[in-house]
Design a protein. Structure first.
Length: 457
């Protein structure tokens, strides 16, 4: 009886789940710390060095001396402190791009702890969340997702097999720790609110919005926003205690809500986005809102990501539909499998295909041509990249809409989220003329060699 119990506990904490959320949380944490610490560029030595506002001999008087550890007790010279600060910014940039993600995360977290412990007088609630999330990222095994390390492994896999690695996974315990941390944070916050009078009476929101230290807008504007202060105050308390629902066993939620069980967490997170988004827009509360948004990224599970992808793929509108055709389905991208430049290009496309809308197809294969482009000759396909929109309805594949060259690439940008900011620019006057000629020149040059992936043409 004990062994099955131990096995169940082990499975509960070590079952595999997607590492996507924690990879995104690493990027968000590094970006938020970088931006807010960059804002202290001119004040670093004043805040944290021996020549600043709190010199070492005043630390026992001004700051706590128990449970205290910081590298800046040893590094006190202003120039050395500033160099340590630059090292923190560099570590955050490495976290963002995923260069040595494990090492850069450990360095960044230890340094942010050191700066905060050296002088906590300028800190706020956001910095507390920053340290909590940073410590969890430092010990979690799933932070290499969305990193250069992962990209190199994907490229080696693609070169060997023509396919990408399966999505990176991690044990569930870092996710569970994050969920429990949010439950403790919000329920204790809600408990503190109900013990007082301002939140219960509904005056807390109006009071905070009119605080001269935090308000972003003049009083007359805050007066208009504060009209709904009573229901907003009470709704905030209910929302904070609603995090306790996440403690319900999964089978209970499935039995009560059937297919709607995952929406408990999603509705709670949506409430957090609304609450902290309003704080971010209306009040200058430092890194508080941004850090909590970062933590929400770590709450994404396989089911959340799959459902979000399905929602975004449910239908396309506007320029996306016009560029993609009425079918709105997947796009087959036909590439030259013996061209190094083409293989690198299709690899880049596959890495940006976050919504799984692309079907890569090597037109050098007779079976592939017969399946997707029976009406187009291999010689024609060799001239430029072709994209074909798979029909959803009963329609012959040869009748499906097909674009080639620059026009195909432009339609492709609407299906690749990282290229969405670029897509509208490709329709500006003159861009089509330039794009088609530039693409034709590149396509002509790439046929001059067959050096594989090492080709530099």
């Amino acid at each position: 009886m004990i062994l099955p119990l131990l096995h169940a506990i082990w499975h509960f904490f070590h079952r595999r789940m997607t590492a996507t959320g924690f990879g995104l949380m690493r990027i968000g944490w590094g970006l938020t710390v970088f931006l807010f610490m960059l804002g202290e560029w001119q004040d670093v030595t004043r805040y944290y060095s021996a020549a600043g506002f709190v010199p070492p001999h005043l630390e026992p008087v001004v700051l706590r001396t128990f449970d205290h550890w910081t590298l800046l007790d040893t590094i006190t010279d202003p120039q050395a402190v500033f160099m340590t600060y630059l090292l923190l910014l560099a570590a955050c940039l490495c976290m963002i791009v995923g260069f040595l993600p494990r090492l850069s995360t450990i360095v960044a977290v230890l340094l942010i702890f050191s700066f905060h412990e050296r002088n906590f007088l300028p800190l706020g609630g956001g910095e507390t969340v920053m340290r909590l999330l940073g410590f969890l990222l430092m010990i979690a095994p799933g932070t290499t997702a969305f990193s250069l390390h992962r990209l190199r492994k994907q490229w080696r896999q693609f070169r060997a097999s023509g396919k990408l690695l399966a999505p990176k996974t991690m044990p569930a315990w870092p996710y569970l720790l994050l969920v429990w941390q949010f439950i403790v944070l919000y329920t204790m916050s809600g408990w503190d609110k109900v013990l007082g009078t301002m939140w219960v009476r509904g005056t807390a929101v109006a009071s905070a919005l009119h605080h001269p230290q935090f308000a972003r807008f003049p009083p007359w504007f805050m007066d208009q926003v504060s009209v709904a202060t009573v229901p907003i105050s009470l709704a905030t308390i209910v929302w904070e205690f609603s995090w306790l629902l996440l403690l319900l066993p999964a089978r209970w939620k499935r039995a009560l809500l059937r297919g709607y069980a995952p929406w408990i967490k999603r509705i709670i997170i949506a409430g957090g986005l609304l609450f902290h988004g309003a704080i971010f827009l209306l009040m200058d509360a430092g890194s508080f809102s941004m850090m909590l948004f970062t933590g929400y990224l770590g709450l994404l599970t396989d089911e959340d990501i799959r459902d979000l992808r399905g929602f975004l793929n449910r239908g396309v509108r506007g320029p996306v539909r016009r560029s993609a055709g009425r079918e709105g389905g997947k796009i087959v991208v036909l590439f030259d499998g013996i061209c190094g430049l083409c293989r690198r290009s299709i690899f880049a496309v596959m890495m940006m295909d976050w919504l799984h809308r692309i079907v890569p197809a090597d037109f050098r294969s007779a079976a592939i041509r017969k399946k997707y482009v029976p009406d187009i000759t291999e010689k024609t396909l060799d001239r430029s990249m072709h994209v074909r929109f798979l029909p959803k309805r009963k329609q012959a594949i040869s009748e499906a809409r097909t674009l080639a060259g620059f026009d195909g690439f432009r339609a492709l940008t609407w299906r690749l989220p990282p290229l969405w900011p670029v897509a509208p620019l490709l329709y500006l006057p003159g861009i089509t003329w330039i794009g088609r000629r530039t693409y034709a020149r590149i396509a002509q040059r790439r046929n001059r060699c067959r050096h594989g992936e090492e080709c530099r043409m």
